[in-house]
Ligand binder design. Structure first.
Ligand code: SF4
Length: 441
């Protein structure tokens, strides 16, 4: 049996919820094998950098972080392991530019870490093999950051090859976790006191249980019946695969939150076609209308990319118009940057940087005004909030999320972390709501 004998390991995570959940799994695997988790690289013998390649910016951040580790390595002999998407994709460039990196590990190989660390890695320095099938780890050891809300991965990879996206090259093709394993994990989490779960996958809508063929709608329906889990969320849904059956399953359920992240990317059908997204502005709007007719209170969020190759001013203005029409509760917006190996990287990146910057600002200002208006509409209402934690500055200020995923801050004299509370909203800003605790059911 592997014994890491108190080896001090620090894990730094860049990127999305998938990466955060991978880091929680890695931490669990290593702790179960006898490692001690450190709070800072300076306190570790091994630092694992779990990387994200989706945006050029996260890749740049990674290279600057590696520069910082280099001086630490000189002083202390720190072992540096690069894991995750960038590791998978850019292994040769990384080894060329960063000879100090001791080991490179792709996302399908995390289960090998305890054994590799036991023999202090060694040769070859790269392990980036793919597996076509789902490999089920023992998730009992997953060390979750939150004691309240837990990520549960249901699938990995993507078959869609959107023109700008690197995920199919870093995470590989779609693989689905057996339904039985997903539901077992949810039951375990309910038993441990978790109140909320978030199903994760690059495209959860394409989920299909390898054994029975059950689809994501069936998974939601089955999870809805598990006692103890009050709120169920999922991310990410591809609009192309989101259908009426899924919307109806959400509407029928008692615990699936009236909230969905549905990445639009652009409000122009012509840009969507160049992005190879597989839906048009009209078909997307039709889905939103369907969702709102079933669940009028549903909160929507989205991703927007500005400055995709060839995006004209009039195409861009369709994105602004879509934001005003749909009135999302939240958006994540980005400037387009070409990612190596994608089909969009072969197009001329012809929208000047200054134009991308201005468009991004316009998107963010438009959305800020929309969010401000939505949040003002909450003032005077009492809403249910799941308390997630408290302020570091003031121990009586707690923070939680509403069912629609709005951040809600409030004061409480008693510790309510992990509990549902009623909060009467008294004021708001564009990014959060503030209120008074009015009840602890
Ligand atoms: S659906 Fe498109 S954007 Fe999403 S992960 Fe797959 S390729 Fe990337």
């Amino acid at each position: 049996m592997t014994d890491l004998n108190g080896l001090a390991v620090y894990i730094e995570t860049f990127g999305c919820q998938m990466n955060e959940n991978d880091s929680e799994r890695i931490a669990g695997l290593l702790a179960a094998a006898g490692a001690r988790l450190a709070d800072r690289p300076e306190e570790s013998q091994v630092t694992i950098v779990n990387t994200c390649a989706v945006r050029a910016k996260s890749e740049e951040k990674l290279f600057s972080y590696l520069g910082r580790l280099r001086s630490l390595k000189k002083k202390t002999g720190l072992v540096v392991v690069l894991a995750g998407c960038v590791a998978q994709l850019r292994r040769d460039k990384i080894l060329d530019r960063n000879p100090d990196v001791d080991f490179i590990l792709g996302p399908d190989n995390y289960h090998r870490l305890p054994e590799l660390l036991e023999r202090r890695l060694g040769q070859p320095r790269v392990l980036t093999a793919w597996s076509k099938e789902w490999r089920e780890d023992d998730r009992r050891h997953c060390l979750r950051r939150s004691p309240v809300s837990a990520f549960v991965t249901v699938m990995e990879g993507c078959d869609n090859f959107c023109a700008y996206c690197i995920v199919p090259f870093t995470r590989g093709r779609e693989k689905f976790r057996p339904l039985r394993a997903v539901l077992d994990e949810v039951r375990t989490l309910a038993g441990e006191g978790y109140k909320e779960i978030q199903f994760l996958g690059q495209n959860v809508n394409s989920y299909r249980d390898p054994a029975t063929g059950a689809v994501f709608r069936d998974l939601l329906t089955a999870a809805d019946e598990i006692e103890g889990i009050e709120w169920i969320r999922f991310i990410t849904s591809h609009p192309k695969n989101f259908n009426d059956d899924m919307a109806e399953a959400m509407a029928r359920s008692s615990h699936v939150c009236r909230q969905i992240h549905l990445p639009l990317q652009s409000g122009s059908s012509a840009v969507l076609e160049r992005m190879k997204r597989g839906y048009s502005r009209e078909s997307y709007l039709e889905k939103i209308r369907g969702l709102r007719s079933l669940m009028p209170e549903i909160c929507l969020s989205t991703d927007i990319i500005v400055g995709f190759p060839g995006e004209t001013e009039s195409e861009f203005s369709e994105t602004l118009a879509a934001l005003r029409d749909i009135r999302y509760a939240n958006i994540f917006s980005f400037r387009y940057s070409p990612r190596p190996g994608t089909s969009a990287a072969k197009l001329t990146d012809d929208v000047p940087f200054e134009v991308k910057r201005r468009r991004l600002m316009e998107v963010q200002q438009t959305q800020k005004a929309i969010q401000t208006g939505i949040h003002e509409g909450f003032i005077g209402r009492t809403i249910r909030v799941l308390c997630q934690g408290k302020s570091k500055k003031d121990g009586r200020v707690y923070s939680g999320r509403s069912e629609g995923y709005q951040v809600v801050n409030f004061r409480s004299e008693t510790d309510v972390i992990g509990r549902f509370v009623q909060v009467r909203i008294t004021s708001s800003g564009p990014y959060s709501l503030r209120g008074e605790l009015s009840g602890i059911p």
